[in-house]
Design a protein around this ligand. Structure first.
Ligand code: ZN
Ligand code: ZN
Ligand code: FE
Length: 761
C-alpha cells in the first residue's frame, strides 16, 4: 500500500493551449498511475489530480521539468483539493470562466514528424497540404475566440472523419486533441484558379501550379497568415514582371527555399542564422548575398542581403519539392495595402498581378505577415515581429492596468496589456489608407476578444493627424493619454529589458511629432517610464515640401547646404546642385526663406537622406529610408578621422551640424569617394553622441544608455554605438524582442501610459 491519498488542484498559466499540453499532462498522470482531470480554461490549464502523495510529488516535479516543445509556462499554482474518488485520468471538455487571459500560441511551422508523413507514400496523409499535429500547424491566425478548441477556429466547418476523430480521441496519438487535425477525406483542400476566378480542372492543383511557376508566371498562393505572390526567383523577367504589376520598384522581395542546402548556393549562413531559419517560428532572415549567385538581380537590387525563409506549411513544402532553388514569396498585396486573406478579396485585389491563384478553403481569421529578423551582435534584431511570434507577450517586470497602445503611423502595431504581459499585435502596416485602418481596428477588436482585455486607458502618438490619433479620440469608454514618439521608443526598449529609469536615451529615427510641433528624430532624452526631458537634439533644418522631402532626399540636401552656406551655396561646385538645376533650387530656397510648407526637423533619418543625396547615391527614393540604407551599405572603413561638430550649452543642447556639412562638401569637391565619406560620417555620429553621453554622465551620474528608433536598423551605427559606449563604461540597452523601428512604439506607449496612471495627477 502506498502512502496516504491526497488531491491537488493545479492551475497553470502561460502558453499551454494548442500546444499539446493536456495530452502531455494526461500521459504524465497515467505514467505515475494517478487519477483526475485536466481541462483548458480561459485562464490556462487546470488539473485535478489525486492519488498517493509521493506519486503526486513526482508528477509535479516532472511537470516542472518537462514540457511539450511549444509550451511556455509562466506560473503554476498548486493548492490542496478534496478527494473526488476519480477512477481514471481524463481530459474534460473546455469550460469558460473569468480570470486573466490565457496565452494563445503563435502559428507554428510544420514539424519533422508531419513532414516525414507528408512525403511518405505509405502514409494516409501522403502529400496532404494541411497535415498537422499537436506540435505544429496554424494557431493564432485561425482562432476567433477562447478557449482554443476546434469550434472556436476556422476548422469548425470541417467535421472529422472516423480516422481523424480516432486520432483526436486517442491520448497515445500525436494528434490527440490537435484542433486543426484533418485529412484529405475530411479537411480543407486546395484548388487552382485563373486570374478571373475560374477553376482549372486538374487532379493535381499543386503539380499544375509548379508547372505554371516554371513557365515564369505569377501565382498568388494562400498560406498561413495571408496570400503570397510567388514567382521563380531565378527568372529575372518573371521577377521584373511581378515588380511592375505590384508597383514595387526596388524594395527587396523575400524568397523561400526548400532547405539550407539551396540557400547556401546564394547566401552565406552563420550557425545562429541557420538555427533561426530552421526554428519553428520560421521568420524571414536577412542573409549576406553570395557573389555571384544564381538568383535574379531584380530580387533584391542594390541590396547587400537576401531576405530568406524556409517553408513553414506543408503546402509550401509540396510547392518547393519540384526543383526550385528559390521562389520569390512576397506579401499578396498592392504596395501599401494589407495582405489579402479571403479568396474573393484576393481575386479582386490581386487579379491584375497574379496569373493564377492557388486557393484553399481553410479561412484565415486574422492576417499575419511574415516576420523579418537579422542576427547582429549576438542577438536577434526584429525588423518586423509578426507571424510565428504573435501573440507571444513581452514579459514585463510590474503588473499593468489594461492599456491599449495605438502605435505610430508607419509599420504600425498595437499593444494590449494585462498583468505582467504586453501583447503586441502582428504587423499592421502603414496607417495611411482605409483598408489598413480597417485592419487596425479589426486587430484591436480581435485581440481584445481573444485576450479578454477591455482597455481602460488608450495611449496614442501626439501627432494630431495620425489615423491612430483619431481612433483614440473616438473611443468613449477609455481615458486617453498622448505619448511623445521618441519617449515611446526609449520606453519600449526599457520595457523589454525590464528596467526603470532614469536612463540616457538616444532616440534616432525619421519622423516623430515633437512637443514644440517640430519633427523630431535626432534626440537625446533623459527618460523614465512616465516622463522625459529633452537634453540634446540635432539643430533644426527646414524640410522643404514637408513629406515630399522624405521621398526626395535632394530637397534635404539643399536644405542642409543652404542652411550651412547661405548665398554662397550658389557658387558650390557640387554635381548634385548642377543636376537639380537653378529653377528647382530657387523654388526650394524660396520655400525655406518664406517658411512655406517647410516644417523644422531635427531628424537624423533626414540627415542620412540628405547626405546620401549630396554624395550622389540617390536623390529620390521608392521607400522610406532607402537612401539612408544605401549610404550605410556603400560606406567603407577608413582611418582619416571624423568630421567636425559642436553643440550649444545646456539645458537643451543644440547640435550644430554645419561643420559636418561644410567638410563633407569639401570632400566631395576634392573627389573623395562616397564610400570614404559615408564611413567618416558614421564614425562622426558615433564619436559625437558618445562624447555627449559622457558630458551628460558627468552632469547627471547616469551611465545606462538606451538605443531606440528606426535609425538603429543601421548595423554600422548599432554595433558602433554598442562598442564605443561600452568601451567608455556605459551599460547599453538595445532591442532584441521588439523592433527598434516604429513597430515597437505601441509597447512603449502602453508602458509609459501605465506609469503615468500609476503616478497619478
Ligand atoms: Zn506536426
Ligand atoms: Zn480525416
Ligand atoms: Fe520612430
Amino acid at each position: 500500500m502506498d502512502d496516504e491519498s491526497a488531491a491537488r488542484k493545479i492551475r497553470i498559466h502561460g502558453i499551454v493551449q494548442g500546444v499539446g499540453f493536456r495530452p502531455f499532462v494526461y500521459q504524465t498522470a497515467v505514467r505515475h498511475r494517478l487519477n483526475g482531470t485536466v481541462a483548458n480554461t480561459s485562464t490556462g490549464v487546470t488539473i485535478h489530480i489525486e492519488g498517493p502523495s509521493a506519486r503526486i510529488d513526482n508528477f509535479l516535479s516532472e511537470l516542472a521539468h518537462k514540457q511539450p516543445p511549444l509550451a511556455h509556462v509562466i506560473e503554476v499554482h498548486v493548492e490542496p483539493a478534496d478527494l473526488n474518488g476519480h477512477s481514471d485520468f481524463t481530459i474534460v471538455h473546455s469550460r469558460t470562466g473569468e480570470g486573466p487571459a490565457t496565452l494563445i500560441s503563435p502559428d507554428v511551422s510544420i514539424c519533422d514528424d508531419c513532414r516525414r508523413e507528408l512525403f511518405d507514400p505509405g502514409d494516409r496523409r501522403f502529400q496532404y497540404p494541411f497535415i498537422n499535429c499537436t506540435n505544429c500547424g496554424p494557431r493564432y491566425t485561425i482562432i476567433d475566440d477562447i478557449p482554443y478548441d476546434r469550434p472556436k477556429t476556422s476548422m469548425r466547418q470541417f467535421a472529422m472523419c472516423a480516422a481523424c476523430q480516432n486520432e483526436y480521441d486517442d491520448p497515445q496519438s500525436r494528434r490527440f486533441h490537435a484542433q486543426p487535425n484533418a485529412c484529405a477525406d475530411c479537411g480543407p483542400h486546395v484548388s487552382l484558379r485563373t486570374h478571373t476566378g475560374e477553376t482549372v480542372s486538374t487532379d493535381d492543383p499543386i503539380g499544375e501550379a509548379v508547372n505554371i511557376l516554371k513557365q515564369g508566371r505569377i501565382i498568388a498562393v494562400k498560406g498561413l497568415g495571408g496570400f503570397h505572390l510567388a514567382v521563380d526567383a531565378t527568372n529575372d523577367n518573371a521577377v521584373r514582371r511581378l515588380r511592375r504589376r505590384k508597383h514595387r520598384e526596388e524594395k527587396p522581395f523575400a524568397v523561400m527555399s526548400p532547405g539550407i542546402q539551396e540557400v547556401n548556393t546564394y547566401a552565406a549562413i552563420e550557425p545562429e542564422e541557420k538555427n533561426l531559419l530552421l526554428s519553428s517560428r520560421r521568420p524571414i532572415v536577412l542573409l549576406n548575398k553570395k557573389k555571384p549567385n544564381p538568383l535574379a538581380e531584380s530580387v533584391a537590387p542594390g541590396n547587400r542581403y537576401f531576405g530568406v525563409m524556409l517553408p513553414y506549411t506543408p503546402l509550401h513544402y509540396l510547392l518547393l519539392a519540384h526543383g526550385f532553388s528559390a521562389l520569390v514569396m512576397t506579401s499578396g498585396n498592392m504596395t501599401d495595402e494589407p495582405i489579402a486573406i479571403d479568396n474573393d478579396d484576393a481575386l479582386k485585389r490581386l487579379g491584375n498581378i497574379a496569373d493564377f491563384f492557388l486557393f484553399h478553403n481553410r479561412d484565415i481569421y486574422l492576417r499575419s505577415d511574415d516576420s523579418i529578423v537579422r542576427r547582429t551582435d549576438g542577438s536577434n534584431r526584429f525588423l518586423r515581429r509578426s507571424r510565428g511570434y504573435v501573440p507571444m507577450p513581452v514579459f514585463l517586470k510590474i503588473p499593468m492596468p489594461p492599456v491599449l497602445g495605438c502605435g505610430a503611423e508607419l509599420k504600425n502595431t498595437v499593444c494590449l496589456t494585462k498583468g505582467k504581459n504586453a501583447f503586441l499585435s502582428q504587423h499592421i502596416g502603414d496607417l495611411e489608407n482605409l483598408p489598413t485602418f480597417e485592419f487596425f481596428t479589426l486587430t484591436i477588436d480581435h485581440l481584445k476578444r481573444i485576450l479578454g482585455i477591455e482597455p481602460e486607458w488608450i495611449a496614442y502618438d501626439m501627432h494630431p493627424d495620425y489615423l491612430s490619433t483619431r481612433y483614440a479620440e473616438d473611443q468613449k469608454r477609455a481615458e486617453k493619454i498622448p505619448i511623445q514618439h521618441h519617449h515611446a521608443h526609449i520606453v519600449s526598449c526599457m520595457a523589454e529589458h525590464q528596467i526603470d529609469g532614469p536612463v540616457l536615451g538616444l532616440s534616432f529615427d525619421g519622423t516623430g511629432f515633437g512637443m514644440d510641433g517640430a519633427i523630431w528624430g535626432g534626440e537625446v532624452l533623459i527618460a523614465d517610464h512616465a516622463e522625459f526631458t529633452r537634453v540634446a537634439h540635432l539643430d533644426y533644418f527646414p524640410m522643404p515640401g514637408s513629406t515630399s522631402a522624405i521621398t526626395e532626399p535632394w530637397r534635404m540636401a539643399v536644405s542642409y547646404l543652404y542652411g550651412t552656406f547661405g548665398e554662397r551655396m550658389w557658387a558650390l561646385d557640387l554635381p548634385l546642385l548642377a543636376e537639380i538645376g537653378e529653377t528647382n533650387l530657387r523654388i526650394i530656397t524660396q520655400m525655406i526663406d518664406r517658411g512655406i510648407n517647410a516644417p523644422q526637423t531635427s531628424s537624423l533619418g533626414r540627415l542620412f537622406d540628405g547626405i546620401a543625396a549630396m554624395v550622389g547615391i540617390r536623390s529620390r527614393v521608392h521607400f522610406e529610408g532607402q537612401a539612408a540604407m544605401e549610404l550605410e551599405m556603400q560606406s567603407a572603413e577608413g582611418d582619416d578621422g571624423i568630421y567636425g561638430f559642436r553643440w550649444s550649452p545646456g539645458p537643451v543642447r543644440r547640435i550644430d551640424i554645419r561643420p559636418l556639412i561644410r567638410e563633407i562638401t569639401g570632400d566631395i569637391t576634392s573627389g573623395i569617394s562616397r564610400n570614404l565619406i559615408g564611413g567618416k560620417f558614421h564614425r562622426t555620429l558615433i564619436a559625437l553622441f558618445t562624447q555627449l553621453a559622457e558630458d551628460l554622465r558627468r552632469e547627471t551620474g547616469l551611465d545606462r544608455v538606451v538605443l531606440s528608433g528606426g535609425v538603429f536598423q543601421n548595423l554600422w551605427l548599432l554595433s558602433g554605438f554598442i562598442r564605443a559606449l561600452e568601451r567608455n563604461r556605459f551599460t547599453v540597452y538595445t532591442h532584441r524582442v521588439v523592433p527598434t523601428n516604429d513597430g515597437g512604439i505601441s509597447l512603449g506607449q502602453a508602458v509609459a501610459a501605465a506609469a503615468i496612471v500609476r503616478k497619478g495627477p
